[in-house]
Structures are given as structure tokens and as C-alpha cells.
Design a protein around this ligand. Structure first.
Ligand code: B12
Length: 521
């Protein structure tokens, strides 16, 4: 009997893009001859009391951050208890190893799932961004036996090989192992060869996981890997810390890309075998290509002819590049703006770019005609209510098709998390969770949570309505029945004016040229 692994993906409902790590690790394990199954919590109607009936995509629509959409009727939610189901699945499958992939927000749900198995449970391993940046904290939970710091392809396969042969596994690179005496065996961190990886295993996911809303429609959509790493240094993001970690521990740059041959093989698989309607290039900064690489990518992609989404920094925009990007199928793009005050953005967030350049480059994207959304963050340490209005003001100068504002979240391993610890807003041992439900997590005297959450709620109204309406919008910031009534009225007016009008006709036209998603099984 081959070794059996239960991959676990604790996830929130409505967080629909499928996790590349799960698909990749499944392929790696199957290629080595192991048996793999997935337990994925995405389509549970209710997870636990922390998440209630939270649906992240629907929340975006409610806050005017994304267009309303209808998931195909065939996608039905599971109304059973997620913990009972997990116990049942584990009892019948009887795995030798439980392997959880989690972001920080989802870690505690993963812990609860393992806890539901009781004391007599299989060996467990945790990987992903939280495991990478808080390995000690993760191992302080008795539910976690092993943590994978950094990339897991080689580490997980080696662990399974050793387990299947009954050999010791406490010397495997990237793994941190909890010992019975409470100490931790730490092994050095190493990088994998991206080009030696197999293609992502799609057969492990249920069919419903292939559908995701984008621009008000639901598409059959798949994630594509081009690069790993990001050349920028944003203080709220984990990616710069990942670059730093590998530089310090391995002396190498984490910023790498797949060969174009490998990318093409993956693209053709999605197009021909998975019948993709849309692709999702998840690289942090799509334009972190070296000189002439984008042109090479564009030539390779040209005949794939599938619409795609990507994200990049506004500094990387040029008219010539973006015309080519549109020509080859870019149907939507996201940019992080994050904060509208130039000085604050540079000093507190380590994003040195001028407002003038941003506004100028956003105009280029409009000129080319690629619909785009702009990501903003509110509630940074040291930020104030007044400073947050600079973010609203700059968004008013940008003709984006959509925009969003999220609460700053102090993720472990980021420079701003260290600042939050220093200021006493967070402790080393805090784990961020329920961010979609709770909004801002920081209790800051100069910018109280209520004020941050009020601005997040009304952000799109402030950006799109004339300033003469701001006194009404201010009333809607509160969380009282009267304020919520005003908010609902303003929201209806917003939908009428800005979503039901002919604004961004090019986007509607682009959508009409494609077939909408349907589910066949
Ligand atoms: C694609 C992506 C998504 C996808 C898929 C998410 C997922 N869980 O995989 C979607 C769109 C759903 C998404 C959503 C969100 N994301 Co996101 N996302 C990314 C992105 C751009 C790439 C991740 C990725 O797929 N990489 C490719 C795979 C192959 O690598 P990997 O996931 O790192 O996995 C490797 C290792 O970590 C390890 N590993 C992973 N799992 C396991 C498990 C085991 C057992 C082992 C041994 C190893 C292992 O091996 C893998 C292969 O080397 C990263 C940024 C980045 N560059 O990492 C942000 C990132 C992960 N996202 C982030 C955030 C904040 C979010 C959201 C909260 C955003 C939001 N406000 O909506 C949600 C949370 C979703 C959730 N439920 O987990 C943060 C996480 C911060 C944190 N510390 O938790 C990141 C790091 C970006 C950032 N700004 O810093 N995201």
C-alpha cells in the first residue's frame, strides 16, 4: 500500500481562485507514487463562529468593490458541519499524513480541523506563507508536528519517501520539526528548481472550484505561474520578506521565472484540456521581466487567444507595452496604489513613486482601453483619518473601472508587523484571522477601528460622488440603523449611476464577445 496523504485547504467561501500550491504538491506526490486526497472548505455554507456565513466575493460586491455576479446554479453549498465531515473523511481514508496549506488568516481554521480528530490523529505538516514566516509560532500549536519553511515540493516528497520507508525525517531541508521535549529541529532552507516541477494536478479539485467571478461574470478560470518573487519592497507585503529570507539563508535571488516552453505547455493544457475561458497570472508584479522578456512572452502567448487577468506596479506601464498587452488578450488588470499621500507612501510603506507619475500612467491604461481595478489599504500604523482622505482624493483622479479598499493587516514576517509589535498594537504571538469579517484589527488611538471601518464601507461613495455629497456620506460611515439606511440609499444611487450606465463600454463589449461560463457536470 502506498503512503496516503490528505491535503487540507482551509479557505473562506467566495475565495474562489484555486490554490496553485495544492495542485502542485498533489502532482509532486502522485508523480512519486503516493496516494493523495484533498479536503477543501471553500464551498461550506458556514465554517465556524469566527467566519459565520462569510462569503468574501459577496462582501466585495456589498462594499461596491466588485460587480454583482451570479454563480452557476450547479455550484451548491455544503450545509453539513465541516468538522464532522473532516473527521468522517479522515476515518474512511485513514491518511498517514495530513498536509495543510494555509495563509495566516486561515491557519486557525486548519488547527481546528486537526483538533477535531482528537488525540489519535495522523502526523501533520503545515506549509504556506504563515508557516514560512512564523514557523515557531505555528509549531507552538500541538496540532502541528512539522512546518515547511519556504518551498515545499522537494521537502514534502522527501518526507513522504522517508515515511513510507520508515526512515528518520528530522534532517530534511526546509522542515522544522517539533520534538517531544518541546524543542525544535531546524533544517536549512533551500529553493527548488521551478522548471523541474510537474504541471499542476487539476483532478484533485472538485469541478466547481474552476469557476470564479471577474468583472461581473463567472468564468472557467485557471491560475498560471510565470515568476516567483517580486523586486519591490512594500512594507505590508510578505513577498519582499521572502526575497530577503532566501538572500540571507541561501545567498540567491528568489526572483525567478519559468521557461517560456514550460509556460506554454501549461497554457495549452488549460486551454485544450481544461477548456479554460480565462487565465489568471498570479505573479505579484507581472512586469518583473528582464529586458526583452515581455516581448518574448507576448510572442509565445499570441496564439493562445484567451483573455487573462494580471497585476503589476503602475511604474511598469508604458504605452507600447500596454498596447501589446491588450493585443494578446489582457482583459483586466489590477494595480496596487495602497495610499494617496506621496510622503506617507514612501516613508511608511516603502513605495517611492510620485502621484503625478501614477495619475499619468493610469491615463495610459485608459488610453489603451484595458479595464483595471485599483487596490487601496486603510488603517496603517501612524495613519490618520485625514491622511486616508488623500487615498480617496487620488482615486478621484483615476478613471478605474473598479477600486477597493481593505483594512491594513499586520501579517507575520512583514516590516509593518514589526512596527505594530513595537507600537504595542500587536504581540509577537498574535495571529491575524477573520479579516474579512472584522475589518481593521489594530486599536490605534489616532485612527480608531470604527473610523477605519466606516471609511472602508463608504470608500467607493467618497471616490465617485461629488464633494457636495460628502456630508451625507459621512453620516453613512457609522454602523447604526439610521447610518445603514443612508448607506443603502447611496449604494442604490451608486449602482444606478456607475454600474448600470454605459461607463466602461469597452469592458462590456469585451465581455459580449465571449461566452459566459456554464457548468457541465
Ligand atoms: C495566488 C494567490 C492567491 C490566490 C490563491 C491563494 C492560496 N492560498 O494559494 C487567491 C486569489 C485565492 C488569494 C487570496 C488571498 N490572498 Co493571496 N496570494 C497569492 C499569491 C500572489 C501567490 C501564491 C501562490 O500561489 N504561489 C505559488 C505557490 C506554488 O506557492 P506558495 O503558495 O507560496 O506555496 C509554496 C510554499 O509556500 C509551500 N507550501 C504551500 N502550502 C504548503 C503545504 C504543505 C503541506 C507544504 C509542505 C508546503 C506548502 O510549497 C509551495 C510550493 O513551493 C501570494 C503572493 C506570493 N507571491 O506568494 C498572495 C498571498 C499568499 N495572498 C495573501 C493574502 C493576504 C490573500 C488574501 C487574504 C487576500 C484578500 N484580501 O482577499 C486571500 C486569502 C485567501 C486564502 N483563503 O488563503 C498574502 C498572504 C499573507 C499572509 N501572511 O497570510 C500573500 C502572501 C500576498 C502578500 N501580500 O503578502 N491569493
Amino acid at each position: 500500500m502506498s503512503l496516503k496523504v490528505m491535503l487540507v485547504y482551509p479557505n473562506l467561501r467566495g475565495m474562489n481562485m484555486l490554490p496553485p500550491a495544492i495542485g502542485l504538491l498533489s502532482s509532486v506526490l502522485k508523480e512519486a507514487g503516493f496516494t493523495v486526497k484533498l479536503f477543501d472548505t471553500t464551498y461550506y455554507e458556514k465554517l465556524d463562529d469566527d467566519h459565520a456565513e462569510a462569503d468574501s466575493d459577496q462582501m466585495k460586491v456589498d462594499k461596491l468593490m466588485a460587480r454583482p455576479f451570479k454563480m452557476p446554479q450547479e455550484i451548491s453549498l455544503k450545509t453539513t458541519n465541516v468538522f464532522n465531515d473532516f473527521v468522517k473523511e479522515c476515518r474512511s481514508y485513514n491518511p498517514d499524513l495530513i498536509a495543510v496549506s494555509a495563509t495566516e488568516d486561515m491557519f486557525l481554521l486548519g488547527v481546528k480541523l486537526i483538533r477535531s480528530l482528537g488525540k489519535d490523529r495522523p502526523l501533520t505538516i503545515l506549509g504556506g506563507v504563515f508557516a514560512t514566516f512564523a514557523p515557531k509560532l505555528a509549531l507552538s500549536y500541538p496540532e502541528i508536528d512539522i512546518v515547511c519553511k519556504g518551498e515545499g515540493e522537494v521537502a514534502l516528497r522527501t518526507l513522504c519517501e522517508r515515511l513510507s520507508k520508515g526512515e528518520r525525517y528530522d534532517d530534511i531541508g526546509n522542515l522544522w520539526i517539533a520534538r517531544k521535549d518541546g524543542s525544535i529541529k531546524v533544517n536549512p532552507t533551500g529553493m527548488v528548481d521551478m522548471n523541474a516541477n510537474p504541471r499542476i494536478d487539476m483532478s484533485i479539485f472538485e469541478e466547481a472550484r474552476f469557476y470564479r467571478p471577474m468583472g461581473g461574470r463567472v468564468w472557467r478560470m485557471f491560475p498560471v505561474e510565470t515568476h516567483r518573487g517580486c523586486p519591490y519592497k512594500c512594507a505590508f507585503c510578505n513577498s519582499p520578506s521572502q526575497m530577503k529570507m532566501y538572500k540571507e539563508e541561501e545567498g540567491k535571488s528568489y526572483l525567478r521565472r519559468k521557461t517560456f516552453e514550460n509556460m506554454r505547455r501549461e497554457l495549452l493544457f488549460y486551454k485544450d484540456e481544461m477548456k479554460a475561458e480565462y487565465l489568471y497570472f498570479w505573479a505579484d508584479t507581472f512586469f518583473s521581466w528582464k529586458k526583452d522578456e515581455f516581448e518574448e512572452f507576448a510572442d509565445m502567448y499570441e496564439d493562445i487567444k484567451l483573455p487573462f487577468w494580471c497585476q503589476t506596479r503602475i511604474e511598469t506601464v508604458t504605452l507600447e507595452r500596454f498596447k501589446r498587452l491588450k493585443d494578446i488578450g489582457c482583459a483586466r488588470i489590477s494595480f496596487g496604489l495602497e495610499h494617496g499621500n506621496e510622503k506617507f507612501r514612501k516613508e511608511a510603506l516603502d513605495r517611492p513613486v510620485s502621484n503625478d507619475l501614477m495619475v499619468k500612467n493610469f491615463k495610459i491604461v485608459n488610453e489603451v482601453g484595458i479595464p483595471f481595478s485599483v487596490n487601496n489599504i486603510m488603517g496603517f500604523p501612524h495613519e490618520t483619518y485625514e491622511l486616508a482622505f488623500d487615498t480617496i482624493r487620488i482615486n478621484r483622479q483615476i478613471d478605474s473601472s473598479d477600486r477597493n479598499a481593505y483594512a491594513f493587516t499586520p501579517f507575520a514576517g512583514t516590516p509593518l508587523r514589526n512596527e505594530c509589535n513595537r507600537l504595542g498594537y500587536t504581540k509577537e504571538t498574535d495571529i491575524v484571522h477573520s479579516i474579512f469579517v472584522n475589518g481593521s484589527l489594530l486599536k490605534m488611538p489616532q485612527f480608531p477601528q470604527k473610523k477605519i471601518n466606516g471609511l472602508l464601507k463608504t470608500f467607493n461613495l467618497y471616490v465617485k460622488f461629488p464633494e457636495s455629497r460628502w456630508p451625507d456620506i459621512r453620516k453613512a460611515e457609522e454602523d447604526t440603523p439610521e447610518a445603514n439606511k443612508i448607506f443603502q440609499e447611496l449604494k442604490e444611487e451608486y449602482v444606478q449611476k456607475f454600474w448600470n450606465s454605459s461607463a466602461h463600454d469597452f469592458e462590456n463589449a469585451a465581455n459580449e464577445n465571449t461566452t459566459g461560463a456554464t457548468i457541465s457536470s
